[in-house]
Write a protein that binds this ligand. Sequence first.
Ligand code: PEP
Length: 250
Amino acid sequence: MRTPVVAGNWKMNGTQASVQALVEAIRTGADAQWKSAIVLCSPFPYLQLVADMLVSSRMALGAQNVSEFGAGAYTGEVSASMLQDCGVQYVIVGHSERRALFAETDAQVADKFATAIAGGLTPILCVGETLSEREQGKTLSVVETQLAAVIERVGVESFAKAILAYEPVWAIGTGLTATPEQAQEVHGALREMIASRSSDIASGVRILYGGSVKAANAGSLFACPDIDGGLIGGASLDATEFLAICQAAG
Ligand code: PEP
């Protein structure tokens, strides 16, 4: 039985005051009975603030990016060990915004994934196709290429310590959501791709769906057999909406 995960990706939003209010509201509203893991992925400047607020809570702290390098002359970068030192447990790697806007390649994403694992963090690896790739029938080959780049770099066993997220690019921040059938088809295929290397790893790995998840559509997505929770962007900035999504995950 896989424990669902709901991870909020705040992206580059917030102030100290708004982050404090959001975390307080989520912490107060989170039900101790829910079994899903809840992860809050904060911008770097607010990580310590959130870490302090999450002490003795049922929620975990995540970051939105990590350098593929260790310590040294890498101006502006943040290493896995720095994140761990600030209480971070999870880190998003390969988000489509980083791939598209910051030109992160499959190889770089694989290096970031490897660095995260080596640094004791749980990577949340994002894969997903653009609208034109979907329209050309390339969805499964695109996500397979993105996933295979990481598996070839670190080995399939690393997915015992990682989370996968299917995020169709056309659904991110657009209000368009994959139907449960569309999402399940890709989630099932991703699990099969891992199963072809290790059935044990495949049956244990959590695969999250991300792309305009809201309280209104979370239940039908999370009911799919291969969807193990969500990676939530816009709706994670609204405590009521985010808590309703967590509740839908159980
Ligand atoms: C995301 O950025 O990972 C995401 C899924 O965003 P949204 O929920 O806003 O589509």
